[in-house]
Design a protein around this ligand. Structure first.
Ligand SMILES: [Zn+2]
Ligand SMILES: [Zn+2]
Length: 461
């Protein structure tokens, strides 16, 4: 009620009917099982309280600055008591880009509810939360006003509750009397409720054992070798078994497909042989386009269907932050499971909720202690060797592109005239872009400072 109040002159008794009409328009015809209105009720007139109660809306009083805290606490509690599938509607400005958004997006990735939102203003940015509908609060109320919906009294016993004192009653007069009592004022002053919401997912662990749905599902790995290179002196054959061993420890045994993105013209031959002979696919890119090519492959490649799949991205924290909004939406829409590995710990927690995350170097070290796995997994006859890997040039062809089938074929392509032209065209484009960016930064600096300089030098003359 703080973000989305009842408009002046609006009949509070219509609220439930308005919401049900909006749901009905989307094909949800069932009765709404419970509605609770949160806000500072000290100034809410008795007839509005009565109107809300009469159609089955419970009312909760909380001082204005603690409204978000109490409301979010109750949402989390409700989720705990009502496992999905279930539908929840949040009428607040805190969901899209507000106080609730980060934690709620992570909660939704663990257990997904059908989510409806109403808010006071429209925003243009892409939210991290996929929703079933987003409405403007006033529009819901207006529409129902125009459609002349029927108001039905609710037989449900609704309550008026003071969240500061844990006091509840069913009489609006008694409730107002409580809110203006000495005891209530003392309680709010001595033991005020918190103002910051409790981020419940902040303390969640980092690595979870596989759930049955994903334990044998395939594992697709996108690895940015610019961000997370093979450490100096490390045997490239060991990358795949190290990853497989880490997956196995958590109970994942599905087939693993790894694609390494890097500048293959500047990667030592023994590393390329080591990777490809152990079944790691290779994709040639240059630094400036790697993020773009990985992003496209991730969103539109083999993970773009809804067969349960484990996705893993190996990159630095900034790249992962940049991926996060789209990735979270994809994970929720297609119900995929996520693993991450990064070169150094991110400075803030991701909005993506991976089932497992590792530091790149410690992930590679896993196989140090388990050399027997290494021998088993890297034997070419076991793995199918190079024949199971794929070889792409991501500069000449975006998307899946032709598979060159062997390292030698790919190398022939990479040294061809056709490829050289394409690569130098892309490089020149990025150089020009950088030059223009520098130019515009200089011009911006000039606009800000030249006048000041002129005035200062005039003064000193
Ligand atoms: Zn109270
Ligand atoms: Zn090429």
């Amino acid at each position: 009620m703080k973000d989305c109040p009842i408009p002046e002159g609006y009949d509070a008794g219509r609220i439930r009917a308005s919401l049900e009409a909006a749901f009905k328009e989307r094909g949800y015809s069932g009765a709404v099982s419970s509605i609770t209105a949160y806000g500072d009720q000290t100034q809410t007139p008795v007839h509005i309280l009565q109107g809300l109660l009469s159609t089955g809306v419970s009312v909760a009083h909380i001082r204005s600055e603690s409204t978000n805290y109490i409301m979010y606490r109750d949402i989390v509690e409700w989720r705990g008591q009502n496992p999905p599938p279930a539908t929840m509607m949040i009428i607040s400005d805190q969901v899209m880009g507000g106080d609730f958004s980060w934690d709620l997006a992570r909660l939704q990735q663990r257990s997904q509810y059908n989510l409806f939102i109403a808010r006071s203003k429209a925003h243009r940015f892409l939210s991290v939360l996929p929703t079933s509908a987003i409405w403007l609060w006033e529009k819901i109320l207006e529409d129902s006003n125009n459609n002349g919906i029927e108001i039905i009294s609710s037989p449900l016993a609704m309550v008026l509750c003071c969240k500061s004192c844990n006091f509840d009653c069913q009489s609006p007069k008694k409730f107002r009397k409580h809110l203006s009592s000495y005891k209530h004022a003392r309680q709010e002053s001595v033991c005020p409720q918190r103002t910051q919401i409790n981020l419940v997912t902040e303390t969640w662990g980092r690595n979870y054992a596989a759930t049955p749905e994903y334990a044998t599902a395939k594992i697709l790995v996108w690895w940015n070798m610019f961000d997370c290179p093979i450490p100096e002196g490390y045997d490239a054959h060991r990358v795949r078994p190290s990853l497989e061993e880490a997956f196995k420890k958590l109970g994942y045994s599905g087939p693993v497909s790894i694609t390494a993105y890097g500048d293959l013209n500047h990667t030592p031959e023994h590393l390329l042989r080591g990777l490809s002979s152990s079944g790691v696919g290779l994709a040639h890119t240059i630094f400036d386009v790697t993020y773009n090519r990985m992003y496209k492959d991730l969103l539109y490649g083999p993970a773009s269907n809804s067969t349960p799949t484990n996705l893993m991205v190996i990159a630095n924290a900034d790249t992962l932050q940049a991926f996060s909004t789209s990735l979270v939406r994809q994970l929720q829409a297609q119900k995929h499971n996520l693993f991450l590995a990064y070169s150094s710990r991110p400075y803030k927690m991701f909005v993506m909720l991976p089932s497992a995350e590792w530091l790149w170097h410690s992930l590679l070290d896993v196989s140090e202690k388990t050399k027997y796995v290494l021998q088993k997994c890297t034997s070419e006859s076991d793995r199918g060797g190079e024949s199971s890997a794929m070889f792409y040039c991501k500069l000449c062809r975006d998307g899946p592109g032709p598979d060159y089938r062997s390292l030698d074929n790919l190398r022939t392509h990479l040294s061809s005239e056709e490829h050289a032209q394409k690569e130098s065209g892309i490089t020149a484009f990025f150089q020009l872009k950088m030059k223009n960016r520098n130019k515009s930064s200089l011009a911006q600096y000039d606009r800000k400072h030249r006048q000041q300089w002129r005035q200062a030098s005039f003064f000193f003359i």
